[in-house]
Design a protein. Structure first.
Length: 317
């Protein structure tokens, strides 16, 4: 690390410090913290999963403990017989770190977590974050829309004719916060709102060439969100981990001439993975587009199956 301005050592102004402890904000701080945390969890007899190094498990007979890590937050799940293992991990971490038990998780990464123990359901949503986004872009009192996008008529496509015609129009359009809004919408999409995935992906293709119509597309997504704020993902209790996957692909979409692939993976009816993306390579037929999409689904499904099998200790098919 460079010497702080005004605090250089005389005669060694060009020397740099060798850090003996990672400082917050330095390039290697995150890696150093994860190595330290991993060492402590392994010391407590936890096992890092092969297919996701940020997840740790511990098993002793029927006792089960699962720890998900995100930076300095730990999400601990355990059954009734696993409470002793949880206490053991807590004791090990307490000796090396200052930690605090916040109880049942109800809020994380701008996501609300709701539980219904009687029905065996867990729901995650981003209602509060959605309200913040609507208010930030002055759409908190807008009229709602029944769908996130229009799929027929002139409003369904953007062409070169829809782009700004002169410098004054370009200046006005470029002043609109396209990147900020799309970033907020992607955060929703990646976590709890797969229903706006396709509409947002289609709009994002034109971010390099913004236009008035593109802004209307994004406003329609916000109008749709305004009428579906409470929608989220609900997960229900299941007996056996059984995976079901769906995949589809289009061929040479109108306008770009590129194909789009999409897939979704469910476990006992609970959505656990989804994607929609443009196929980067050139495909020569609808059959080739379908096979390309199926290949990508196969890779994702294999990883999900192996992760769940290792995590749950039960073969996932």
């Amino acid at each position: 690390m460079r010497q702080a301005s005004g605090h250089e050592v005389n005669g060694k102004e060009k020397w740099i410090y060798r850090l003996v402890k990672a400082l917050y904000g330095t390039k290697q701080a995150a890696r150093a913290w994860q190595q330290h945390l991993k060492k402590l969890l392994l010391k407590a007899d936890c096992h890092a999963l092969q297919f996701d190094q940020s997840v740790y498990t511990m098993r002793e007979g029927e006792a089960f403990l699962l720890i998900g890590t995100h930076v300095d937050d730990l999400f601990v799940l355990f059954n009734q017989k696993g409470k002793k293992m949880k206490d053991k991990v807590w004791e090990t971490l307490s000796k090396a770190l200052t930690i605090k038990d916040l109880g049942n998780a109800t809020w994380t990464l701008q996501m609300n977590i709701e539980r219904n123990l009687q029905k065996g359901e867990l729901k995650i949503s981003q209602a509060n974050f959605t309200r913040e986004v609507l208010k930030r872009f002055a759409m908190d009192k807008c009229n709602t829309a029944p769908t996130p996008a229009v799929h027929t008529g002139d409003e369904a496509t953007i062409t070169e004719a829809d782009l700004p015609k002169d410098e004054a129009e370009c200046t006005r359009i470029n002043a609109l916060p396209f990147m900020e809004l799309i970033g907020c919408l992607w955060w929703l999409t990646q976590n709890t709102r797969p229903d706006i995935f396709v509409a947002l992906q289609r709009a994002s293709k034109w971010i390099a060439k913004p236009s008035e119509k593109l802004w209307r597309w994004l406003m329609r997504i916000l109008r749709y969100l305004a009428g579906t704020i409470e929608i989220g993902l609900t997960y229900k209790r299941y007996e056996k981990p059984l995976l079901t996957a769906y995949v589809d692909a289009s061929f040479a979409d109108e306008g770009e001439g590129k194909s789009t692939a999409g897939w979704a993976i469910f476990m006992q009816g609970n959505l656990i993975g989804y994607e929609s993306a443009t196929i980067k390579r050139v495909v020569l037929s609808s059959t080739e587009a379908e096979c390309h999409a199926l290949s990508h689904l196969g890779k994702e499904n294999t990883w999900q199956r192996r992760l769940l099998t290792e995590m749950l200790g039960v073969e996932c098919k």
